[in-house]
Every structure is written in structure tokens, then in C-alpha cells.
Write a protein that binds this ligand. Structure first.
Ligand code: NAD
Length: 475
């Protein structure tokens, strides 16, 4: 990061203030929407390896205009109050933008998860859950965490189980956290959701010639050169789907220990396997290794996908970025100063609050599933299939009766007879959410000359919705 040109929270506030300045909010309401309501800091001890170790955790609640509030829990040594508050604010705006009925929250634990084994991490996670539960900072009706950097299904399962033990009479206990494994009340498609959302966002972008033109892009995603930073949950799924399903070329992957470059396109699954086996990208045979990973952000490409940490594009390197389009899969990868520079250069940015909203969207579906205690599609699937079969059999009967020799195209029958299962419904709901939200942002961007980029448009849509809720509450 280039000095403290603006802290992550400072960047988010600057971007918010820029957008709010274009709206006719009263100063009091603007302040109410901007500020973080509360941040809880906890220090707790856990006996591990024969000693007591003290850990520091945070849970920040940015806005309770809707409840429960929602946001991930991050395990990283870089976690700080400034960071969780910035992330909680982004959650508020993100939920409003994609019409997920939650307020914004975020949590973090200052820990290097790679320094502890699974048994130790479980002890630490259960203890952290206990501390959060004592203050209603984990609860199906008030505050629902989810995975973020350094956490995943495993940690969410521990949290859900710890909560259930503390609240055995709560029939909705499973809904206290999302991103759980399927076997512990999770939903199909949650692990891939954020990366899948990035893919849907790019597909939607490439459906609109006017926005593509602003980035100097044309055609389809096929053959576009893509650089991805961070091949974790979000980066891996985005890169895998874009390369396998949309035929984009992932020409560079940047990880902690360096970068892999291959102008013909990297085999993402193979690289992921290599990272899991060796802990990094060094030594991967499917591309050229470069030790200076960060410098690769400035490599020639069409689309840059920062999917690791915040503030990696700053005033010190923004001028040298060559991508035409940046999609912020991570939260806050572009600082407010860099944002200005890139805008001047004509680089289009699909902002984090939209680009990575797939995670919270599918988390919302999981929460609804937990509350309704039934998996998505269970009631309709066979009914739909029976009706589709009726239609095909009737067409075949008419064809036989009239001698028209009617023939279905190869593969059509199976596809048509397939009733939607949970994964189909989740992907459909996510696709719809990403398309709708893009449409709203695009309308604001295109209709108002003072709205000079997609990020400002996203803030305007989100702030308007939040102020409407406050309005209906009499504020
Ligand atoms: P993750 O821990 O699964 O993966 C992060 C990856 O980035 C890892 O592979 C790590 O090695 C790499 N990385 C870390 N620091 C790096 C650096 N300086 N340079 C290059 N690579 C680096 O985390 P994730 O869940 O994929 O989250 C990534 C980003 O996406 C975060 O900003 C997070 O807040 C955001 N996000 C995640 C979700 C989700 O559902 N997981 C949802 C919304 C937003």
C-alpha cells in the first residue's frame, strides 16, 4: 500500500461522500448512513500447546436499518478496527444494492490461521463464537456471520454448532451463520457463489455495448486476457468459471509467493492443485514463474481481477495499470486516490459492493432455507418434471397420430425433463440478482452526467434505498 494515502475506511468514506454529495440528503441523514453504529473488541484466552494464548477479535455493526445484520468473519493478522469498520460499511451498501434485506456488519480475528492446526482452530473459533453470542453478535434474527478471508465452511460449521449448544431451544439456530457445509444446513452453490457472481457480473457487462465501449472493449469474454490476484475461494472460482465456461484466457495468476504467467491461458484447476500441494505457485509447470508478483498487476491484459486483499492498487501503481476493465472481486482493492487516477485514464471499474455480492446473495438464500427448514426446490421439482413429461408425451402422440414424424433435437428431452434442483435455483436467483443490480447501476450511470463511474452509481442506488428505509421509519 502506498503509505496511508487513505486508510481503507477513509477510502470507503471518501467514495461514499462523493456519491452522497450528488444527492439531496439532509446532512443529518447522510451522517446517519455513513457512520458505523458500533464496534465490539474482545480479547480472550485459550489454552493451547500448554500455554494460554490471547486473541483479539472484532465485530462491527455498521447499520441496523434492517435486521439481521450480515457480514463475514475474517481470520488474518492484518485484521484491525479500521478494516472491519470499512468492511461492515461496504456490507451495508452491498446488501442495499442487491436488495438483500440485511444491515451491514463484519468481524475479524487477528490470527494467522496457517499457524494453528484444525483442532486448535476449532477451540479458538468456538471460544470466539461464545464471546459473540454473549452480546447477540451472532444470532439468526440479529447478526449472521459468514466466511471471509481465512475462514470457510469448516469454521462456519463450528460456529453453528457452538451457537446451537448455547441456544438448544432455538429452532432457527442453524440460521445463525451462513456458508455452512451442506451437511450442517448449508446450501448448494454457496462455496462457489462469490466467484460465480463475478462471472455473472462480467457476463452482464459484456451484454451492454455502451458500457463496454466506455472501457474500450468489444466482443465477448472469449479470448479476453485476464489477470487474477489471489487464487483463494473467490479468485479460484471466478478464474475457473471464466476460463472453462466463457473461454477467457487467464494469462497471469498472482499469489503471495509470486506470479505465474502464460499468454496461452493457465490451467486453473492444475494451478490450484499445485498451490494446495506445495503452499504456493512457485514450481508450477504450466507457466513462467515471476518472483515479483505485485508488479504483475501492471502487466498487459483486458481484465484485472484483484481477488485477494484491499489497497493493492494505490497512487503508487495506478498510473501503470494497463487493464481496460477492473472487477473488484476482493473488498477495497483500489484506494480512493487510485480510483481517481484510473478514472482519468479511462479504466472502467466494476466496484466491489456489486462485483463480490454473490456471496451475501447466496448467504441470504441459505438463511431463508434455514428458517423455512426445507431445501429449495423440494416441493416443485418432480411436479415440474411430470408436467414437462406430459407435454412431450402429448407432442409425440400428436406426431404419431398425424404422421408428422416430429423429432426433438438431441439432448433436448433430458434438459427439458430436468426439474430445477437446489443448485439450479441458487444459480438462477444469483444470476437474476446480478443482472437486476447491474441494470440499476447502469441506468444511474448513463442517465446522470455527474455520476462519473459505476462505483458512484452503485453508491447512489444503495444510499437511496437506505434513506428510503430510514424515511419509512420516520427518520
Ligand atoms: P481466501 O482466504 O480464500 O483467499 C485469498 C487468497 O489471496 C489466498 O489464496 C491468498 O494466498 C491470496 N493472497 C493473500 N494476500 C495476497 C497478496 N498480498 N498477494 C497475492 N495473493 C494474496 O479469501 P476469499 O474468501 O477468497 O476472499 C478474498 C477477497 O474476497 C477478500 O477481500 C474478501 O473480503 C472478499 N470476499 C469474499 C467473499 C467470500 O464469500 N469468501 C465474499 C465477498 C467478498
Amino acid at each position: 500500500m502506498a503509505n496511508m494515502e487513505n486508510s481503507f475506511r477513509g477510502s470507503v468514506e471518501r467514495m461514499f461522500t462523493h456519491a452522497a454529495g450528488l444527492m439531496d440528503l439532509s446532512p443529518g441523514l447522510e451522517e446517519k448512513i455513513r457512520v458505523c453504529n458500533s464496534t465490539y473488541t474482545v480479547r480472550f484466552g485459550v489454552r493451547l500447546r500448554g500455554e494460554i494464548h490471547t486473541f483479539t477479535g472484532y465485530r462491527s455493526v455498521h447499520s441496523e436499518h434492517m435486521e439481521p445484520v450480515k457480514g463475514g468473519i475474517r481470520y488474518s493478522l492484518d485484521v484491525s478496527q479500521d478494516e472491519v469498520e470499512a468492511l461492515a460499511a461496504l456490507m451495508t451498501y452491498k446488501c442495499a444494492l442487491v436488495e438483500v434485506p440485511f444491515g451491514g456488519s463484519k468481524g475479524g480475528l487477528c490470527i494467522d490461521p496457517r499457524a494453528w492446526n484444525a483442532e486448535e482452530l476449532e477451540k479458538i473459533t468456538r471460544r470466539f463464537t461464545y464471546e459473540l453470542s454473549r452480546r447477540n453478535l451472532i444470532s439468526p434474527s440479529q447478526n449472521v456471520p459468514a466466511p471471509d478471508m481465512g475462514t470457510g465452511e469448516r469454521e462456519m460449521a463450528w460456529m453453528a454448532d457452538a451457537y446451537k449448544r448455547l441456544h438448544p431451544d432455538d429452532i432457527n439456530a442453524k440460521a445463525c451463520v451462513t456458508g455452512k457445509p451442506r451437511t450442517a444446513g448449508g446450501i448448494e452453490g454457496r462455496v462457489e457463489a462469490t466467484g460465480r457472481g463475478v462471472q455473472y457480473a462480467l457476463r452482464e457487462f459484456f451484454r451492454h455495448v455502451d458500457v463496454m465501449k466506455k472501457a474500450g472493449l468489444e466482443g465477448t469474454l472469449a479470448g479476453k486476457r485476464v489477470i487474477v490476484q489471489g487464487l483463494g475461494n473467490v479468485g479460484y472460482h471466478a478464474a475457473e468459471f471464466l476460463s472453462v465456461e466463457d473461454k477467457a484466457l487467464i494469462t497471469c495468476v498472482i499469489e503471495r509467493d509470486g506470479a505465474i504467467v502464460n499468454p496461452q491461458g493457465i490451467n486453473i484447476d492444475a494451478l490450484r492443485g499445485h498451490i494446495v500441494a506445495t503452499g504456493g505457485v512457485r514450481g508450477f509447470a504450466g507457466g513462467q514463474y515471476h518472483e515479483e508478483g505485485l508488479a504483475m498487476l501492471e502487466h498487459e491484459c483486458d481484465i484485472l481481477v484483484p481477488a485477494a486483499v484491499e489497497s493493492v492498487i494505490h497512487s503508487g501503481n495506478a498510473e501503470r495499470i494497463k487493464a481496460k476493465l477492473i472487477i473488484e472481486a476482493a473488498n477495497g482493492p483500489v484506494t480512493a486516490d487510485a480510483d481517481e487516477i484510473l478514472k482519468r485514464k479511462g479504466v472502467v471499474i466494476i466496484p466491489d459492493m456489486y462485483a463480490n455480492a454473490g456471496g451475501v446473495t447466496v448467504s441470504y438464500f441459505e438463511w431463508v432455507k434455514n428458517l423455512s427448514q426445507i431445501s429449495l426446490g423440494r416441493m416443485e421439482r418432480r411436479y415440474e418434471e411430470a408436467r414437462a413429461r406430459m407435454l412431450i408425451e402429448e407432442l409425440e402422440r400428436i406426431s404419431a397420430d398425424t404422421g408428422t414424424n416430429f423429432k426433438l433435437a438431441a439432448g433436448f428431452r433430458e434438459q427439458f425433463l430436468h426439474g430445477a434442483d437446489e443448485l439450479d435455483l441458487v444459480r438462477s436467483g444469483l444470476d437474476d440478482t446480478m443482472r437486476e443490480a447491474f441494470g440499476k447501476m447502469r441506468d444511474v450511470w448513463m442517465a446522470n452526467r455527474r455520476v462519473d463511474d459505476l462505483r458512484t452509481a452503485a453508491y447512489v442506488v444503495a444510499i437511496r434505498r437506505i434513506s428510503n428505509v430510514y424515511g419509512s421509519l420516520g427518520l
